[in-house]
Design a protein around this ligand. Sequence first.
Ligand code: ATP
Ligand code: MG
Length: 397
Amino acid sequence: MEKIIFLKYGELSTKKDNRNFFIKKLNENIINSLEGKVDVSYDYGRMFIKPHDDNFEDVIKHLQNIFGIHEIVVAYKDEDKELETIKNNLKSLLQEKTFQTFKVEVKRSDKKYPYDGMMLRKDLGAFILKNIPYLKVDVNNPEITVNVEIRLTEVLYYFESIKGLGGYPVGTQGKGILMLSGGIDSPVAGYLATKRGIKLEALYFESPPHTSEEALNKVKKLAQKLAIYNQDIKLHIINFTEIQEEIYKNMPHEYLITIMRRMMYRIGAIIASRRGAKVLINGESIGQVASQTLTSMSVVNEVVNIPVIRPLCCFDKLEIIDIAKKIDTYETSILPYEDCCTIFVPDHPVINPEKEKAREYENRIDFDEMIYRAIKNEQVIVVKNKNQENDEFADLL
Ligand code: ATP
Ligand code: MG
């Protein structure tokens, strides 16, 4: 018998026409993420992964960070499909385990196999009972489920499985631009969008000298956490200082945030179109702050045509924090460095801004020129998956 890992696709296998595309992409993502460490092969129902140096634990850890995998199973494979061999294999595998109760499940994808599933289940159950003393069958709540899969060219044996992340393989839904600040919300929004198969690029607005190098490093660190699920992430860094100072000098203060966010959206949409991204993604959550009331959102949103996805729009803050902790961004997000939004916060931001007013204020100044300059001067860095590279930003914070 050969020890291997196989994956169950879960939701992916329900995608009729796209199924092949989804599975191909998953295969590609796994090969990229585990470069040189595994051999991968697949068919419609299963993907098989053979770790090169039998380092199963390390490979499983990687697989647990890849979207599109429903279950990860460590199995034993034998090409000999004789019933006698199946029994002997089960006996030797089960003797190594300590358990009291079990049930047998048989999956028979080889429809020409001479025995049917029901008969096999009974026969194998009886064989186990006879050969391993003091075991009992418990069909409702067994300690161990003995799974036997009779496939065309082999039999698979397995006893437990590890839950995968689920979702869709990254890239199957194209690309999105995540507006990534240093806060708690936007990394979580990015994670959830990735889960649906969107490959992220990140966009950060900095305002030096009002924002520090540490604030930027914090964003790089957060991008690195998201790169675990994205292979790597392109981080676009836009110098927002000129625009922000002009807004501060010239716009009524209650509209500072509204107009600032309209500028961010405009820049985001231009970068998205240049990068071939289909959506903007951000961490807005309805009602969380003045700039996230439905009215504010619609006044800000009117400046772009591209769809804006807000994965957290209906989440409570505590639910968001739970996910942030789970994906290990929380501790970085709560580091105290100032974000460009927090520096220019007015005392009384308007809660129900008006589109006409926002347009009129903006028209007082030629922002187009400044937007053009900001984009022309963007810096782009590629943040690597920390699994592949050393943690290059760890020392910077
Ligand atoms: P977060 O916790 O993600 O910072 P927040 O609750 O502080 O969010 P805002 O500051 O109003 O909310 O920002 C709302 C969203 O706008 C953020 O979630 C993020 O997607 C985007 N955003 C805010 N500031 C920046 C920035 N400096 N660079 C890029 N995107 C930003
Ligand atoms: Mg913020």
